[in-house]
Design a protein around this ligand. Structure first.
Ligand SMILES: [Fe+2]
Ligand SMILES: [Fe+2]
Length: 241
């Protein structure tokens, strides 16, 4: 059984993920938003997030770092979905804004399911390696996620632009880390076959860990670009036209 078999967003996303395996196409897709300048608040919070991640889990990409980071990566999307539904309570009378909020909630739902796939599959790989420490790689990310959910929820309510820009920084970092990992460990990853019931359920087919991490890297780049594109396409009722 596949989770998203009949979903148009899923079909388009998976097609783009496969296309972005081409280096030239990926460079073209990334280029327009590579130098995007974020505001002061997201810049400070983004720096704090990346610095905390590097301090706790090391600067270099690793399976264990990815496991912790992916637990947290789902949170902004979960938070946006909830915040968008909360706002629908106030703006259900305005059809234009109701449509925009529903679209935002749908994007949040779709992206958090994608991040869930990352965390489930990576956790499974890590579990088989028997290298993770419960406190550092499971408990800390879960506790941080509770706190992070409400921080993002509040930021989104005050400025959805700041929330989306913070996510742009988080996803940029994730994209760079997976890119580096593939460059450093590419040959070894190609020798590791990957069989996962959850990947089958999600509807993504890969032969080995290299193909899996390649697809995750592409997911993060799509999330990065989409975060900025949502800023212009989902203005709120009180935002200037
Ligand atoms: Fe992810
Ligand atoms: Fe992501």
């Amino acid at each position: 059984m596949e989770l998203f078999k009949m979903n148009d967003d899923y079909v388009a996303h998976e097609k783009l993920v496969r296309e972005l395996n081409n280096d030239e196409l990926r460079t073209q897709y990334a280029a327009p938003l590579n130098g995007y300048k974020t505001g002061l608040v997201p810049t400070i919070l983004g720096w704090l997030l990346v610095t905390a991640g590097n301090t706790f889990y090391g600067k270099k990409p690793s399976y264990l770092k990815f496991k912790a980071v992916e637990v947290i990566a789902r949170i902004p999307y979960q938070s946006w979905e909830s915040a968008a539904y909360t706002m629908l309570t106030a703006f259900y009378g305005n059809e234009r804004h109701a449509i925009r909020l529903c679209k935002m909630a749908a994007f949040g739902r779709f992206a958090q399911d994608n991040e869930t796939m990352h965390v489930v599959v990576i956790s499974n790989i890590v579990q088989k390696m028997h290298k993770d420490a419960f406190f550092r790689h499971t408990l800390i990310p879960i506790l941080f996620s509770f706190f992070y959910f409400w921080v993002i929820y509040l930021i989104y309510m005050v400025s959805h632009k700041a929330a989306l820009e913070l996510n742009y920084l988080f996803e940029s970092h994730a994209y760079q880390q997976y890119n580096e990992f593939l460059k450093q460990e590419g040959d070894t990853l190609k020798q590791k076959p990957l069989v996962s019931d959850f990947l089958d359920f999600y509807g993504r087919n890969v032969k080995n860990e290299y193909e899996f991490f390649e697809s995750v890297r592409n997911d993060e780049l799509i999330h990065r670009n989409r975060s900025i594109r949502e800023i212009t396409s989902h203005r709120r009722i009180w935002d200037p036209a």
